[in-house]
Design a protein around this ligand. Structure first.
Ligand SMILES: Nc1ncnc2c1ncn2[C@@H]1O[C@H](COP(=O)(O)OP(=O)(O)OP(=O)(O)O)[C@@H](O)[C@H]1O
Ligand SMILES: [Mg+2]
Length: 244
């Protein structure tokens, strides 16, 4: 389903602020996989997810989604893909704060002009699946972080997404809610939705032995594997400095 080969992402190429965020990353995901991505802050996890979802484009390397080259698609084709096949749960939620929960869940259809009663009924069903049925008419800015994440997941589900790409969906949750959200994602995965999730290392260790389909993908370069976050960030600064 997803085939990435030698993906490189360089931000601000040629400038003093240049960052080589992804270096020769190979990443393959089959339909029905549940894949965890972990690595320290700044290792390129969000960058990889943005490329996967077609929000950003790789500097070089090849990326095929269902055999199609996303980097060659028009913006319109890409947004169709995002509104139909790939559900994204962003680190900053990607919700409209001043809008209600139910309208946020239906946003892809409202934008795509396919919003109707059926879509709304589906949205309610998905919101009850994530335990948010009592909040339909609440404004998103009145919700907690964990509740917002649930709304974002309900939106991805209501689009019938084939793949859900979630950037630290449990980031704003306490350990009990993290467990229950991860169980929910796992259940959804068992229904055939491919899951690609950025999770903290500790959690992936917990699950790694439980199921074969649960992979741990480390984005760090071999050399950087044993470095602490602090050292790595220091190194990035040093690299930038040298280029100046
Ligand atoms: N839009 C951007 N412009 C320039 N540099 C960027 C941009 N986005 C990310 N970077 C840099 O690319 C590197 C990877 O960032 P990324 O956000 O992918 O890391 P991450 O693994 O998601 O980190 P975190 O765990 O903190 O979310 C970092 O050094 C970051 O500063
Ligand atoms: Mg990130």
């Amino acid at each position: 389903m997803i085939k990435m080969e030698k993906i490189n992402k360089i931000y601000n190429q040629g400038k003093s602020s240049q960052v080589h965020a992804l270096k020769d990353v190979d990443f393959n995901v089959n339909a029905w996989d549940m894949v965890a991505i972990s690595g320290p802050s700044g290792s390129g996890k969000s960058t990889l997810l943005h490329i996967l979802a077609g929000i950003d484009r790789q500097t070089d390397g090849s990326y095929l989604f269902d055999g199609k080259d996303i980097s060659k698609m028009s913006d319109r084709q890409k947004s169709r893909l995002r509104n139909r096949e790939i559900g994204i749960v962003m680190q900053d939620f990607g919700l409209l704060d001043g809008e209600t929960v139910i309208r946020n869940v239906c946003l892809p259809q409202i934008i795509g002009n396919t919003y109707n009663r059926e879509v709304k009924a589906g949205a309610k069903e998905m919101l009850s699946l994530v335990g948010m049925e009592k909040y339909l008419d609440k404004k998103v800015n009145q919700l907690s972080g964990g509740q917002k994440q649930r709304v974002a997941i309900a939106r991805a589900l209501n689009m019938n997404a084939k793949v859900i790409i979630a950037d630290e969906p449990t980031g704003a949750l306490d350990s009990e809610n993290t467990e229950s959200l991860m169980r929910l994602l796992q259940k959804l995965n068992e229904t055939g939705i491919t899951m690609i999730i950025v999770t903290p290392v500790s959690y992936t260790h917990l699950r790694a032995h439980e199921t074969d389909s649960y992979l741990v993908c480390r984005l760090l370069l071999e050399k950087k594997k044993k470095q602490k976050k602090k050292d790595m960030l220091g190194q990035v600064k040093e690299q930038d400095h040298r280029r100046e």
